[in-house]
Design a protein around this ligand. Structure first.
Ligand code: PLP
Length: 329
């Protein structure tokens, strides 16, 4: 098993240049004053298709040989990875097939189709999407690109932290949203090379603390799909590549509640005029709870995505009951 390195992140940066947006780094005096620190937000909610996943998808598909390009790519996802693969495939002029549950939100199906993806449905209570993906790959010669545990995906995701550090210089701490660990492990590769002294923290939802438990026990912990509003982090386990890098390069993993995510969504909307999806708030929510740890420091926060439909956004940031999250998928 060959782990990706910083050289792979740098190569990914060259491949995505001119295709992915170089997203802005924003600051907020209000946030700085609240935390007593200097915060730098890397705004991947403003990335193409609305999340950092475009970086990894475009990098992975750019590495296909001619035969792979002709046959195309297959991915299984109902979320941002699906849209990222469909858009990257269209830009690189290759066919894409996305395996989605037949009860996936209509908006996500439409978005994936809008980017040119062919959608294949499955019954998530009776069928195994990985098996379907693999069968399609074998039957039609498609190349399967998983959402996080792939060296080219990890390297692509690392380009966001690379851009952040190039722009603002060394940081004392960096907070990164954590699902399966593609973003966190890629960020760690970039950060260890460009700002070796930075403390790197992964942040996952309280209900799905498998990453924290894996980190602390030294073995990948598997859990049931967690009930959380952070749908981009409803993963059941870290990957083999991502875990090895996280274990080696990350300093700690924190968890935050759904209520803290909603609070961060409200902050982004009201103070920074940004729509950020619940999963995209993980990093900032954790940083806010750790002002003491960060006083006087330069802190990076990766805001990972902004894909949340307006009705759901309104329901979450609107009247919010403190007795529990508005909806639990
Ligand atoms: C996929 C995703 C994550 C989690 O990324 P991993 O690489 O799986 O850890 C976080 N935020 C958003 C918006 C995502 O789409």
């Amino acid at each position: 098993m060959q782990l990706p390195t910083f050289e792979d992140v740098a190569a990914a940066a060259a491949r995505i240049a001119g295709h992915a947006h170089r997203t802005p780094v924003l600051t907020s005096t209000t946030a700085d004053q609240a935390l007593g620190a200097r915060l730098f937000f890397k705004c991947e909610n403003l990335q193409r298709m609305g999340a950092f996943k475009f970086r990894g998808a475009f990098n992975a598909l750019s590495c296909f040989d001619a035969a792979q390009r002709r046959a195309g790519v297959v991915a299984f996802s109902s979320g941002n990875h699906a849209q990222a693969i469909a858009l990257a495939a269209r830009l690189l002029d290759m066919p894409s097939t996305i395996v989605m549950p037949n009860d996936a939100p209509a908006t996500k199906v439409a978005a994936t189709r809008g980017y040119g993806g062919r959608v294949v449905f499955y019954d998530r209570y009776r069928e195994d999407r990985e098996a379907i993906g693999r069968r399609l790959a074998e039957e039609y010669g498609l190349t399967l690109i998983p959402p996080y545990d792939h060296p080219h995906v990890i390297a692509g995701q690392g380009t966001a932290a690379m851009e952040l550090l190039e722009e603002v210089g060394p940081l004392d701490a960096l907070f990164v949203c954590l699902g399966g660990g593609g973003l966190l492990s890629g960020s760690a590769l970039a950060t260890r090379a460009l700002s070796p002294g930075t403390r790197i923290y992964g942040v996952e939802p309280e209900a799905g603390d498998d990453g924290q438990r894996s980190f602390r026990t030294g073995a990948i912990v598997h859990i049931e799909t967690p009930a959380t509003i952070a749908d981009g982090a409803q993963t059941q386990h870290l990957g083999r590549f991502t875990f090895e890098i996280i274990r080696r390069d990350v300093d700690d993993i924190f968890t935050v509640s759904d209520a803290a995510l909603v609070d961060a969504m409200r902050f982004f909307a009201s103070r920074m005029k940004m729509v950020v999806e619940p999963t995209g708030c993980l990093g900032f929510a954790a940083a806010r709870e750790r002002g003491a740890l960060l006083a006087g420091q330069r802190v990076g926060v990766i805001v990972s995505g902004g894909n949340v439909d307006l009705a759901r956004f309104a329901a979450l940031v609107g009247p919010y009951r403190t007795d529990g999250p508005v909806d639990r998928p």
